[in-house]
Design a binder for this molecule. Sequence first.
Ligand code: ADP
Ligand code: MG
Length: 287
Amino acid sequence: SIPLSFFGGIGGASKRGILVKGSNFLEALQQVKYVVFDKTGTLTKGTFTVTDVHTQTVSKDELVAYAAHAEAFSTHPIAGSIRAFYKEKIDGKQIANYQETAGYGTEAMIYGRSVLAGNEKWMEQHEIKCPSIETIGTLVYIAVDGKYAGHLVISDEIKPDAKAAINALKRLGVKKTIMLTGDAKRVAKQVGENVGVDQIYAELLPHQKVEQFEKVDEVKAKREKVIFVGDGINDTPVLARADVGIAMGGLGSDAAIEAADVVIMTDEPSKIAEAIHIAKKTKSIVW
Ligand code: ADP
Ligand code: MG
């Protein structure tokens, strides 16, 4: 077997693709009792593909064209998948008054018509009636000139090691695992139950992610350490609040990587348990 000293400390962790930004975080990792996860890009791959298109008032090609133009300037992974699905070239001259609202979607004038692309809440906010749809996957509703025109179904994949990652944390003495997401309850439930987290909070706006985290954080009063794992720009406030903020370093945003205390270079959630394991071994060497 490998001698313990091989695993030890920040150097040992970095050999395994886990960058720890200070030995104080190793100490916090030893005591972790709660692990809070973001969903998209953390427990799931965050690489979306369009799997279905439904139309009501326009043709399929038109709907996809409106959607791709409405998502032309968004950095959200959902937007990237819609642009990739649109086989034609996006015509920037046909886009005016573009605006994006985090956690909801986009709005713009496309080919002279007013277009909205986003989730059910986004449509509700604009008082647009939409059919409720039973599907596996994230829904992007498209409205044209104030009316529901159709929707796209977009699917993400759970990371292959996500379930094992949760189990490993439980074996290391973590009391509770929690998932926070801006995505719909339906999708959140499907992912959360599949990977086996204890608690799921969905449809959270970026500021609500921090609020929900602070509620979990009450455990801090009892001196319990909390990890937050995320990947997005939206996640930086929560990464900063956690005892140990862990960012996915591969596909994660620069802001998240900067705000984090620990960076997982391989984007594998199973590295979190490994980090705790290394931290615990390090303690036994130092003492
Ligand atoms: P998360 O990373 O947890 O999914 P976000 O706040 O990034 O959270 O997004 C929450 C939800 O807001 C998405 O699942 C999607 O429904 C909607 N949304 C956000 N941005 C866009 C966009 N550009 N186009 C369509 N929908 C969007
Ligand atoms: Mg995310």
